[in-house]
Design a protein around this ligand. Structure first.
Ligand SMILES: O=P(O)(O)OC[C@@]1(O)O[C@H](CO)[C@@H](O)[C@@H]1O
Length: 356
């Protein structure tokens, strides 16, 4: 990741050295405190108090990943006065993903939607939102994921839509930008145009994170891209734009979305927001890890048990890229294990899980 960043940007020796120091610290050293005075310094001081001086490998994976991304931003000069202040170092990768052939093909395929029956259309937009999660740049950088899609290990689009029995505010906690965010906007459009949602709140990351995670800037970039296309993608783009202007869609970027903890530890203001939602939709692998707890759970632990901390109805749409998983039939896991493929981590399988 660091090599790719240095190839993508003409960083000077100071930034390159700061990035090398981060690589050394995180692979060979102990957790060092933050050296910047960015606005989130104080909150991070609380989140890291008991980690400083310990080897990185001793921290939980979730904590270490989050801290790595926070330090990486500081190393690129994101928080400091100077030319790189506020510059998203992952923007070139996200831009390439948004403009690549696979995304173009997916967006072109939206032209089929108006020709489908309502149930078919419901199923298609959910499938696109689930599998859109395969396009994750942090994951592509760390695996050889081939993009093969074997299928859902739990749930169905029908189960997803059955959550929306009466219109109310729906919250969607987004994951990656580019094609995945475009697919999420299609789901939001479907929620609003079918009257299943009175209003949608779209939660994104407050800053660059996990390479491709969507920020408020990315919402505008993806929306602008959709609006510039013809066909159904352009129609969705202009409906979403109008809904934003009318206040039917609101965008939020709570700092806790870049916190190194499970959602069970979310602060009261965010919990109160979710408590007011008719349904909350969680997208992606990282949100799933934080939702069920980033642990080696028994695969048949009921999903409802794992998310009992959450204050309202919810759905998780996720491609499996990490070991954490609950709510599966034991027989499903046994037969996948017998196949000998790394089905939990390769991005080849997905799930839809709900709790009403
Ligand atoms: O939340 P996403 O985008 O679906 O996935 C993010 C993710 O796959 O990237 C990391 C790199 O391997 C994993 O730790 C993590 O779960």
């Amino acid at each position: 990741m660091i090599e790719r960043l240095c190839a993508a940007h003409p960083f000077g020796p100071d930034v390159r050295e700061a990035l090398s120091a981060l690589l050394r610290e995180s692979t060979e050293g102990v957790v060092e405190p933050l050296e910047d005075d960015a606005p989130d310094h104080g909150v991070w001081a609380g989140w890291m108090a008991d980690q400083v001086g310990r080897p990185w490998a001793g921290a939980s994976f979730l904590w270490a990943e989050s801290y790595f991304f926070r330090k990486l931003l500081a190393a690129t000069g994101f928080f400091a006065p100077g030319p790189w202040r506020g510059v998203d170092p992952f923007a070139p990768m996200k831009r390439a993903e948004l403009h690549n052939a696979a995304t173009a093909e997916t967006l072109k395929a939206l032209d089929e939607l108006p020709h489908l029956s309502d149930p078919e259309r419901d199923a298609a937009v959910v499938q696109a939102a689930v599998w859109g999660n395969q396009a994750d740049l942090a994951f592509q950088l760390s695996t050889d994921a081939s993009g093969s899609t074997s299928g859902l290990v739990a749930g169905s689009p029908e189960e997803f839509w059955s959550l929306f029995d009466e219109p109310g505010p729906v919250h969607l906690v987004a994951d990656n930008s580019a094609g995945e965010l475009a697919a999420d906007l299609v789901v939001i459009d479907r929620l609003l145009t079918t009257g299943r949602a009175a209003r949608v709140v779209l939660h994104v990351k407050p800053g660059p994170y996990y390479v491709s995670d969507a920020t408020p800037t990315d919402v505008l970039v993806v929306l602008h891209h959709l609006c510039g296309l013809g066909g159904e993608a352009g129609q969705v783009g202009s409906r979403v734009e109008n809904a934003l202007r009318a206040g039917e869609i609101a965008v939020r970027a709570h700092p806790f979305f870049c916190a190194p903890f499970d959602f069970g530890a979310m602060p009261d203001d965010l919990r109160a927001e979710f408590a007011s939602a008719a349904v909350t939709i969680f997208k992606g692998d990282l949100n799933y890890r934080r939702l069920v707890g980033d642990r080696h759970w028994p695969v048949d632990r009921p999903f409802a048990d794992a998310v009992s901390h959450f204050p309202g109805p919810l759905a998780a749409l996720r491609v499996l890229k990490s070991e954490a998983v609950v709510g599966l039939e034991r027989a499903t896991a046994t037969s996948l294990d017998a196949g000998g493929q790394p089905w939990r981590t390769s991005g080849s399988h997905a799930l839809i899980q709900t709790r009403s």
